[in-house]
Design a protein around this ligand. Structure first.
Ligand SMILES: Nc1ncnc2c1ncn2[C@@H]1O[C@H](COP(=O)(O)OP(=O)(O)OP(=O)(O)O)[C@@H](O)[C@H]1O
Ligand SMILES: [Mg+2]
Length: 181
């Protein structure tokens, strides 16, 4: 994929499909150590070992009756093509955690892309979700927690209100711009 944010969106959509109440997305740009880390953690239904194996390697079994997407394998190969590592852990009834690392300066490392759009898309996919987004750039950090936002908004205004969404998009974009200065 041309942008890492599209991988993040894909993995987060899986978390939403898995009926998660809470999803954590973390982006850590450790430029000083030439390392980019992306983590997506949910508290959804989780996967058993057999499913997990099939999801990571869609060609693992020929007994596959239902369609399995390529989102997870593609994220894995993106990381591995950039001298990085990929890890997925899952437990039925507990949740799933995906972690990918990239050599920050690797020639094949595609840009992170538009994280504000990605976060907004996740919020709109499930406005009731507790989404915790943290973004670090070296020592600087930005954090967004939709639970906090909803508390601030009160009962009158839903988080998917168009004005709130427009504001959030600006807020996230500015927050990321600020930590990168
Ligand atoms: N976070 C997750 N929690 C629980 N199950 C998951 C999670 N991520 C993936 N899965 C399981 O792996 C399957 C395959 O995921 P994948 O993203 O490859 O395809 P999909 O989501 O079914 O389809 P697509 O992404 O193409 O719409 C899912 O249907 C689901 O059973
Ligand atoms: Mg999917």
């Amino acid at each position: 994929m041309r942008e890492l944010s599209l991988h993040i969106l894909d993995i987060a959509q899986n978390s939403i499909s898995a009926n998660s109440d809470s999803v954590r997305i973390a982006v850590i740009e450790d430029v000083e150590n030439d390392l980019l880390t992306i983590m997506i953690k949910d508290d959804g239904r989780g996967m058993d070992d057999e499913t997990l194996r099939r999801v990571v390697d869609p060609f693992y079994t020929t007994r596959t009756t239902r369609k399995v997407g390529l989102g997870i394998p593609m994220f894995k190969s993106s990381a591995e093509a950039c001298d990085g590592e990929f890890e997925i852990k899952s437990q039925v009834g507990v949740g799933t955690e995906v972690k990918a690392t990239f050599k920050y300066s690797h020639i094949d490392r595609v840009p992170l892309g538009n994280m504000a759009d990605t976060i907004i898309t996740v919020i709109l996919s499930n406005p009731l979700l507790e989404l915790i987004y943290t973004h670090k750039y070296n020592e600087e950090g930005f954090c967004l927690n939709t639970k906090e936002i909803r508390k601030t908004l009160g009962n009158e205004v839903p988080i998917d209100n168009i004005d709130v969404i427009m504001w959030l998009k600006e807020y996230i974009a500015e927050g990321i711009e600020e930590i990168r200065k």
